[in-house]
Write a protein of this length. Structure first.
Length: 378
């Protein structure tokens, strides 16, 4: 029987055990964390990774990672598939699949044993299901997920289908084509970019008054419905609800420039990224606070925490970035060379990840297009 665990990362769901028709040889350790193992949280349109062991299907040593190569995304990949069901009504939908990856966590390595092989199945959750607001909700919807390895199917796992389940992307996420492997001295940096698509970092820090783009999953329903597994349309669709960003600088000795009070809400845009599948972006202006702040230091090379909240949801997440508090977009411009960055699963079109037409941040400060949206700019 499969038992279920969740990790401390909102975009992961961990299945701990084996498929129902495959006998395990012993206890299998899949993951660890601090989340309540009885609650698996998902949200409309969310991209997330299921982790499980005990599957009969073992990928060849030379093909332990297989990724979708086209859109709409397939609902079966490398023999694996998954469905999501909700009652009432009696509704079953296949889940679009980004990738299937397997890793052997045993020592010594024994790839022939399903107990040792952990499978990571990255999927997108459909938008058109009913949300559940917890155990006290008057809505009696029951949502379950079933995973198949092409030979056997798992038990049905109950999931909590929330309106929102924030996760700000990091360089170590399973959704990255080549995720970094964190260690004690290297932090998983947040995926926040400048307007030209380059990653905000200590080598190319943000500036006071600059508009940045923060990428996320699980921000919930948008102004129009989007089918799962297909790229988001242009003009960009806004997310429903009122979002806010708050800033917390690390204290230090560097005198910071004072920011001009904003005449518009911050963030200035929250919605789906055109041309991407299930990817959200939050455009915000870097503000500063009174008093000196610290240089970008420590494992994450950052000095600012940017928190994202919504007034109708308990979900919250934050990004850590580096800001040059002595520079302003009104007085100088950054000229540091940096690699153009694409924060999405790899379709075989680039080193870091896929975008259908190159990585183009959706910039709110550009002139609006005739359709009422914002143009895309590199």
């Amino acid at each position: 029987m499969i038992s279920v665990r969740t990790s401390a990362i909102s975009s992961l769901i961990i299945l701990f055990g084996a498929f129902c028709c495959w006998a395990q040889t012993g206890i299998t350790l899949v993951g660890a964390g601090y989340s309540d193992p009885s609650v698996l949280r998902i949200a409309p349109g969310q991209v997330m990774t299921f982790l499980f062991s005990g599957a009969k299907t073992i990928l060849p040593p030379g093909a332990l990672a297989q990724r979708a190569t086209q859109v709409p995304l397939p609902t079966a990949l490398a023999g694996f598939s998954a469905t999501i069901s909700q009652v009432p009504p009696s509704k079953v939908e296949p889940l679009p699949i980004f990738s299937v990856q397997q890793v052997n966590n045993c020592l010594p390595a024994d790839v022939s044993s399903p107990d040792c092989v952990v499978t990571a199945l990255t999927v997108q959750i459909p938008f058109g299901l009913f949300s559940d607001y917890g155990r006290g909700s008057p809505l009696a919807h029951v949502t379950t997920v079933v995973i198949s390895d092409g030979t056997d199917a798992s038990k049905s796992f109950v999931v909590l289908f929330l309106p929102q389940n924030f996760h700000i992307l990091t360089m170590c996420d399973t959704t990255m084509a080549n995720p970094l492997q964190p260690d004690f001295l290297v932090a998983c940096s947040s995926v926040v970019t400048h307007g030209d698509g380059t990653l905000v970092s200590a080598f190319k820090p943000a500036q006071i008054g600059e508009e940045l783009v923060m990428y996320a999953f699980g921000l919930g329903a948008t102004s129009s419905m989007v089918a799962a597994g297909v790229p988001s349309p242009t003009p960009a669709l806004k997310v429903l609800g009122h979002f806010a960003v708050t800033f917390a600088y690390s204290g230090g000795t560097v005198p910071a420039l004072k920011s001009t009070p904003l005449q518009a809400p911050n963030p200035v845009f929250v919605g789906l990224t055109p041309g991407q599948v299930g990817l959200y972006q939050v455009n915000f202006i870097v503000e500063t606070l009174a008093g000196p702040i610290a240089d970008c230091a420590g494992p994450d090379q950052a000095n600012l925490t940017v928190s994202l909240t919504n007034d109708q949801s308990p979900s919250i997440d934050a990004a850590r970035i580096c800001v040059d508090a002595t520079a302003s977009v009104m007085s100088t411009s950054s000229s540091s060379a940096a690699e153009t960055f694409s924060p999405y699963p790899d379709w075989g079109l680039g080193e870091h990840g896929l975008v259908c037409d190159g990585f183009r941040p959706h910039l709110s400060r550009q002139t609006r297009s005739p359709q009422g949206g914002y143009p895309l700019a590199r």
